[in-house]
Design a protein around this ligand. Structure first.
Ligand code: FO1
Length: 304
């Protein structure tokens, strides 16, 4: 059994790679909910949806989020009304947010709804929200305090950040099955997701961190950096802005001894010695996913 702590696109791609090499039913994704927010009266859970859509093979590959073959008629009509269109919800994708919001209003939990949506998409990987309690990642910036999606999408993550908070995380409980999935897994994998924005809100839930710390088996992290830079998003810039070391050393310091093995990209092979000196086992391979041969080598490095 393999449990993957997951953010959005990087995690979704790694889960798809792993699902090509182990039975989907052996995989559990514990997914960040710090990006979740309410818009148009709807509850939107971007990372849960990105993971589910990608595992279902229905995702928009180029964009990284949303569904393939999307149409945008509702957004066009909303623009006509003068409504908020900075966060683009495709017509098909909207069905997910309508369904989730209605089920939550009926009293279902986020975990229950996530399982229902995964089942409807034929996804056999267990998709678990990190918590059913509300967690909101917020960023202190020159523009004031911004919600995650305001920072990430509305401001294109281009405003300098001085602090990040995971509101609600300290009093949140792990979602049903999350602590067991971490403690009981043969292997826990920390996906190549943004450590400060995607995995930190999961690790900030005390019961999650305790479950990780209580493990005996291997915990493997895949670095989100390639050549010291994030492939997508602001991970490298945030490390710098918030005073962390740059590169693999900075990311490794965030996870500390929650992890025993690092998988780093060939472009960062020069960091391997430093990580080994810190006591980590290090595997060097291409972490850029999308080509079958490279993907198989990455899966082998994670699963070895
Ligand atoms: N990202 C964008 O850059 N622009 C968008 O308009 C946008 C809409 C969107 C809708 C549904 C969804 O599930 C994700 C969406 N994303 C969008 C991605 C999302 O903001 C982030 O990539 C994740 O929250 C970070 O993992």
């Amino acid at each position: 059994m393999i449990t993957v702590l997951s953010g959005g696109v990087g995690a979704a791609r790694l889960l798809r790679v792993l699902a090509a090499h182990v039975p989907a039913t052996d995989l559990t994704a514990v997914v960040n909910v710090g990006d979740d927010f309410c818009l148009h009266g709807l509850t939107i859970c971007p990372d849960l949806d990105t993971v589910t859509y990608t595992l279902a093979g229905r995702h928009d590959e180029a964009q990284g989020w949303g569904l393939r073959d999307e149409s945008w008629r509702v957004m066009d009509e909303l623009a006509h009304l003068g409504g908020p269109t900075w966060f683009r919800l495709g017509d098909r994708d909207l069905a997910t947010h309508l369904y989730r919001s209605q089920r939550l209003a009926e009293g279902a939990t986020k975990s229950q709804v996530s399982a229902e949506i995964a089942r409807a998409h034929g996804v056999d990987v267990r998709v678990l929200p990190a918590s059913d309690d509300p967690i909101a990642t917020t960023l202190t910036t020159a523009q004031g305090e911004l919600g995650f999606q305001e920072y990430f999408v509305q401001h294109h993550h281009q405003v300098p950040v001085t602090a990040i908070a995971y509101r609600g995380a300290l009093t949140a409980a792990p979602g049903p099955g999350v602590a067991d999935a971490i403690e009981g897994a043969d292997r826990v994998v920390l996906a190549p997701s943004n450590p400060l924005l995607s995995l930190a809100p999961i690790l900030a839930v005390p019961g999650v961190r305790a479950a990780l710390a209580a493990r005996r088996g291997p915990s493997v992290a895949v670095s989100p950096l390639v050549g010291g830079r994030a492939l997508k998003g602001p991970a490298d810039r945030l490390l710098e802005e918030l005073g962390h070391d740059a590169g693999s050393r900075g990311v490794a310091a965030l996870y500390g001894d929650l992890v025993d093995t690092w998988v780093i990209d060939e472009a960062d092979a020069g960091d391997a010695g430093d990580l080994r000196t810190q006591g980590y086992e290090v595997r060097v391979t291409s972490t850029v996913m999308g080509e079958p041969g490279r993907d198989a080598r990455l899966a082998a490095a994670v699963l070895a």
